[in-house]
Structures are given as C-alpha cells and as structure tokens.
Write a protein that binds this ligand. Structure first.
Ligand code: SAH
Length: 279
C-alpha cells in the first residue's frame, strides 16, 4: 500500500478545517458532477472547492476558468473535455465513457462544468450515463451564468413592478440550432411579456428576435448581450430587440455570451444613475 501524498493531505486538511463537516468526503470510484459558476473562480461554491481539493482527476469543459484548476493539488490530473473555438467537439458518449472508465479505476473524478451542471450543460445526460453504468455520483450545483451573469452586469433578474417570472432559454440544441428555434413556442414567450435570458444564441438572435417581434414584442424592447460575464473581461452591449443582432454582427463580442431581452435591462441605468448621484 502506498502512503498518502503529504501535499494532498495538507491541502485537503486545510480546506476541511475551514469548512468543518460541511466538506463531503470524496470516495474513490465516485464522480462529482460539479458546476464551477460563470467567469472567475470567485463564483465557485465551497462544495465545488471540496471536490477540487480531493479529486484525483478533473475532467473540465471549455467554460471553466483556468484559475479554478489552480485550486486543485498539483498532482491532480487535469483533462480537457469540451469544445474549443470552431474545432469539432468531443462526442458526449466519449466524455461519459471516460468518466465511467476513470471511476472504475477507483479514481475520484471531478467532472467540472461552467455555470450549473444541470442548466444547458448536458449534465443530465452525464448523470443518466453514470446511473446506468452503476457509478456512484453526486451533483454539486453551481451559479448559472443566466442569473449570476446578469447580476454581474448590473441587471437584476427580477424587479418588483417589472417582472413576475424570468425565462431561461437556449438558442441551440443537440439536434442543431434550427431545431432549437423551431421547437420552442416563441410567440407564447412574447405573449408572456416577461424577460428572456438566452444561452448559446448569438448566432441565432436574428431569427429569434424576428419571431418575438412578429408575435407582438415591441421592437424597442431593451436587449443586451453580456460577454464573459462575471469575469474581469466582461463586456456589455445594450441595444433593443430590433437592433442588437445587427450590432453584434457589425462589432462582434467575445464568447461565451448571454442575451437578455426585457425591461429589466433598463434597471442597470437606473442603478448606475443612483450610484452617480450618491457619489
Ligand atoms: N451550464 C452553463 C451553461 C452552459 S451552455 C451555465 O449554467 O451557465 C453555454 C452557454 O452558457 C454559453 O454559450 C453562454 O451563452 C452561456 N455562458 C456560460 N458562461 C458564461 C459567461 N461567463 N458569460 C456569458 N455567457 C456564459
């Protein structure tokens, strides 16, 4: 039997002391399906940190900030599994196969995804595959970009007197973008008259905005794009439902980016103005 690595023990002990019994024990052969939150590593939860310090292998996707991986002990193996700008993505079955194989080798496998693992991140598919394979797993929730990213850009997700609901939707699906747009009732969303936050929709925004406007959503409805939300590189573009897509075509913003459509966008200016008057 090999003795435990002193570096791992010291590191893990330090965080466990900090968190007390709130730090769950990561058993060998288990997978933790964890969200890293959006943007910088400050958006990690303490449970995700518990996973990082105990993991043998971290299988991470493209949205995970490099600074997050630095929190893991040096000997933890880091494996990239995700899409990277234009290159073909790794097949989902390859990722789940890898997670299962690593767990069966008795590793502690941290599957780390951007935002929340169960929001548009195919985390549900991974959980199903693990369950079917009989691999024990735990889900560690994360801050989803569609809510935390809005707050980071100064846009409240709900404002009394403006909205009673908020819609999180995708402009993309496993079957392709056209399919994602066709299978959602955009006219119903327009009639709902509540803000809509769109993930993966910068390329399909023209089509989506057209559908919403044809269903009666005002052309001058405030709309914004938030790129690299909750990071130090965050960029915000504010326009209207009818002008945002063209604005993004003329002057593109970096990825990843969210789109938010609704009157909550104007609250950003209200708050900024108040901050100004307060000095
Ligand atoms: N599970 C993730 C979403 C994965 S889908 C979550 O809960 O946030 C990927 C999409 O999420 C991106 O195309 C983008 O629309 C959005 N996204 C994720 N992180 C983001 C960030 N930091 N800034 C802006 N958009 C982000």
């Amino acid at each position: 039997m090999t003795s435990p690595d002193p570096d791992r023990v010291a590191h893990a002990e330090a965080v466990r002391l900090l968190l007390g019994s709130d730090c769950p024990v990561f058993a060998p052969g288990h997978v933790w399906l964890a969200g890293a939150g959006p943007g910088d590593r400050g958006h990690l939860t303490l449970h995700a940190l518990c996973g990082l310090i105990q993991a043998d292998v971290i299988v991470y996707d493209a949205l995970v900030d490099a600074g997050v991986l630095d929190l893991a002990p040096v000997h933890a193996v880091r494996e990239f599994a995700g899409k990277r700008g234009g290159r073909p993505s790794i097949h989902q079955t390859d990722i789940t196969g890898r997670l299962i194989a690593l767990a069966r080798q008795g590793r502690r496998v941290l599957r780390l995804k951007g935002g929340d693992p169960y929001v548009f991140g195919r985390g549900a598919e991974e959980a199903v595959a693990l369950a079917e394979a009989g691999v024990p797993y735990r889900v560690i929730p994360g801050l989803t970009s569609g809510l935390a990213g809005l707050a980071a850009a100064g846009i409240p997700a709900t404002v009394r007197g403006i909205n009673q609901a908020i819609v999180l939707a995708t402009g993309h699906s496993a079957e392709g973008e056209a399919d994602a747009i066709a299978s959602l009732d955009w006219a119903a969303l327009a009639r709902l008259d509540q803000p809509i936050v769109l993930y993966m929709a910068t390329r399909t925004l023209d089509e989506i905005a057209g559908r919403l406007m044809r269903a009666g959503m005002p052309h001058d409805m405030p709309a914004a794009a938030i790129a690299q939300a909750a990071s130090q590189h965050q960029q915000l573009r504010v326009a209207t439902l009818s002008t945002l897509a063209a604005s993004l075509r003329e002057v593109p913003i970096p990825t990843p980016a969210l789109i938010v459509i609704g009157r909550i966008v104007t609250m950003r200016d209200v708050l900024a103005e108040l901050a100004g008057t307060l000095g």
